[in-house]
Design a protein around this ligand. Sequence first.
Ligand SMILES: [Zn+2]
Length: 93
Amino acid sequence: MSELEALRAFAKEIFDDYWLEGPDLDCAELQELGVKHGILKHKLMERPCGGSDCCTCLSENGPAFFPDCCYRKTSIIGYPEPFSDPAAKGEPQ
Ligand SMILES: [Zn+2]
């Protein structure tokens, strides 16, 4: 599936399911749809990985809740491909 096809499928699901008569789209649902369509990738982390502007580690539950999933934006929406650096802080050994 091309990036354009992934973006179309993501947008279509949001507008088909949530626009007009659908329920409100909350953060968890948006993350689920993002992962489903390749807009986000997630990975179990032992500790926060640093919390850049394209990561959820420090924006959701805080360090006390780790291990937890880190969600990062992908190259489909213009960010570096996530989890490509095996030495990134916080990854399980
Ligand atoms: Zn993270």
